[in-house]
Structures are given as C-alpha cells and as structure tokens.
Design a protein around this ligand. Structure first.
Ligand SMILES: CC(C)(COP(=O)(O)OP(=O)(O)OC[C@H]1O[C@@H](n2cnc3c(N)ncnc32)[C@H](O)[C@@H]1OP(=O)(O)O)[C@@H](O)C(=O)NCCC(=O)NCCS
Length: 198
C-alpha cells in the first residue's frame, strides 16, 4: 500500500531519481518511459514543489515510490517549465486548464493502481480550485508511449490534437473537469440513492 500525499520540497531528490530511472529504454520498456527529457536541477524542483499545490508523492514506509506533477497553466513561473515550448502552446490554447506534466512510479511498484490514485487526487484538487480541465502530452514519435496513452484514456482523457516540439511528436490529451457545483449535486444524489436502497 502506498500513501498519497502532497509532495514536500525534501522529496525533490527522490522524484528526480524516479525520473532518471523512468527513461525509456528500447530493450526493457519499448512502449513506456520519458524520452530525451532534461530534468531540472534539484533546487529548481524544490521551487516547483513549494509553489504549486498539485504535485503529489506516493509514499511507502517513508520512501517516495512515485509522484505526479501538475501545474495551473495560468501560474507557471519556474524557468525550465515556463520556457518549454510545449507549455507555451498549451497555455495559449487552454489558459484555464491545469497542465499534467509528469507521472512516474518506481518499476517494482507499477501496475498496482498508484498512478491512478495520484491522478484522481490531482483531479479532485483541480476541481475544487475551479479549473476547467486537465491537459497533457504523450510522446508519439520517435517512441509511442502506449502504456501512458492507455493510462490517460482509462482516466477519461481524450486526444484533442497533435503537436511537434523540437522534432518530437506528441499527442495532446485533455479531460474536461466537472464543476464543483455539479460534483456536489452528483454526490448528494448518490447519497440519497444509497440511502433509499438500504
Ligand atoms: C505510466 C505509469 C505512470 C503507470 O503507472 P502505474 O502505477 O503502473 O499505473 P496504474 O497501475 O495506476 O494503472 C492504471 C491504468 O493504466 C493503464 N496501464 C498501466 N500500466 C499499463 C501497462 N503496462 N500496459 C497497459 N496499460 C497499462 C491501465 O489502463 C491501468 O488500468 P487497469 O489496471 O484497470 O487496467 C508507469 O508505467 C510509469 O511510471 N511509466 C514511466 C514514466 C512515464 O512514461 N510516465 C508517463 C508520461 S508523463
């Protein structure tokens, strides 16, 4: 079992280690992993964690075994992220959305539902904060990250376009968030339905 919690600045080192071990390798993971990704420095990652409420860690026995990082597109300031051309494109098109940047789980902890739990936690927080949707990009060329495409599709994201950045191809995926008002109404109805079925 892994506990899902908000990331702390002191998680930055573990998160960067998980990013490093999640790089795509044709031999072991032909359809998964980060491709040609330059990770930020530890101090920059600490800054990201302290300035956004949408970075989460999965922890087991005091060890960070996975993380998810998302950022409101309207409030990205940290340089390596703000200068990313992909972020620029998404910000122009979806200014009221949250950018789903990265999720990765340590290899021995994969396929246990941890990434899905992290994503549900982020979706709930983004809904409460009033964002309209979540948008992210999955590598499609030179490597198609099929595992991640299946992962986001299972979460209700749909493809909304393709883009090229620095010679790499990406599929853009988006999920519209239910408004907090609609969510509350649905929860109340569910409670009544359950009570009536007792
Ligand atoms: C993609 C990744 C984050 C998934 O993490 P995970 O904790 O193993 O995923 P979950 O167990 O929560 O799986 C949720 C759903 O994703 C899909 N999925 C996950 N792993 C899969 C696999 N190996 N093959 C096919 N579908 C898969 C399934 O639909 C699954 O639902 P199901 O179990 O009901 O079938 C993980 O493989 C990883 O760390 N990859 C390397 C980094 C990366 O590529 N990140 C994504 C780009 S930002």
């Amino acid at each position: 079992m892994a506990l899902i919690r908000l990331a702390k600045p002191s998680d930055a080192r573990s998160i960067l280690d998980i990013i490093a071990e999640s790089n795509h390798t044709p031999e072991n993971y032909p359809n998964n992993g980060f491709v040609e990704y330059t990770a930020p420095r530890e101090w920059a990652y600490r800054g990201r964690i302290s300035s956004t409420p949408l970075i989460y860690s999965a922890e087991s026995e005091g060890e960070v075994v996975g993380f998810l990082a998302a950022y409101p597109l309207s409030a990205i300031w940290e340089q390596t992220l703000a200068n990313d051309p992909l972020v620029g494109k998404l910000k122009k098109r979806y200014p009221q959305d949250v950018y789903f940047d990265q999720v990765a789980i340590r290899r021995e902890w994969r396929e246990k539902g941890i990434a899905q739990n992290l994503a549900h936690t982020m979706h709930r927080a983004a809904t409460m904060m009033g964002y309209k949707g979540i948008v992210g990009a999955i590598y499609s060329t030179p490597v198609h990250n099929i595992t991640s495409a299946k992962f986001v599709e299972a979460l209700g994201y749909t493809p909304v376009g393709l883009t090229q950045v620095n010679g790499l191809g990406f599929d853009i995926y988006r999920k519209t968030l239910e408004s907090q008002k609609d969510r509350n109404a649905r929860m109340i109805k569910k409670m009544f339905d359950q009570a009536l079925n007792l």
